[in-house]
Design a protein. Structure first.
Length: 195
């Protein structure tokens, strides 16, 4: 069995034996000239996508940054803009799955490469509101008081774990456990609400 060839978007010119191409390359309108242009052209699109999936600005910003940091190594500038966007979308799916696994202990990925690639090619301002506040309110209302309070302190009032623990008059360790359990329960409630 022969190995699966690596897509051209991820091979450098030196991998193909074309050493002159490593020094000089023709840049056409369908490719990016540098990493800055990749970032500028895709950051708003990826941010909107992440914001729609996580529902809050800090996580969306962190996840968008993580997508670019992760893609920086394997992605080649010689790739077409479409290939770059596709790769960023696949990277975003992986980053989002890792985020939910860390946060909730459940791997939740809801990026569909077929339909969400269109969102990455659209330009526009991120939709800041959407229905996320209403959904969050419903989820919080369904949680026990202590779970609801730790999540309100941490994510709505932007308290540190130490500040939340102090406000609730519990230890930092207890606050961490409480937050973890609250997030897991919130994830289950969120799935039930969507059903």
């Amino acid at each position: 069995m022969s190995p699966v060839p690596e897509p051209s978007a991820f091979r450098s010119p030196s991998d193909t034996g074309d050493h002159d191409a490593a020094r000089l390359r023709v840049v056409d309108a369908d490719t990016y000239t540098d990493w800055e242009s990749v970032y500028r052209d895709n950051v708003n699109r990826l941010y909107r996508l992440m914001y729609a999936r996580v529902g809050n600005r800090p996580d969306a910003e962190d996840l968008t940054s993580e997508v670019f940091r992760t893609a920086l190594g394997p992605l080649r500038l010689a790739s077409s803009k479409g290939e770059v966007r596709s790769y960023l979308l696949v990277t975003a799916q992986t980053v989002l799955a890792s985020h939910w696994r860390r946060t909730l202990g459940v791997s939740v990925t809801s990026i569909d490469p077929e339909s969400d690639l269109d969102a990455l090619t659209e330009k526009g301002v991120p939709d800041e509101e959407g229905d996320a506040p209403q959904r969050a309110g419903k989820i919080l209302a369904a949680l026990p008081e202590r779970y609801r309070r730790i999540l309100e302190l941490r994510f709505l009032e932007a308290c540190s774990i130490k500040e939340a623990a102090s406000t609730m008059e519990i230890t930092v360790s207890n606050a961490k456990v409480l937050q973890h359990r609250a997030l897991r329960m919130a994830a289950k409630v969120g799935l039930e609400i969507e059903s």
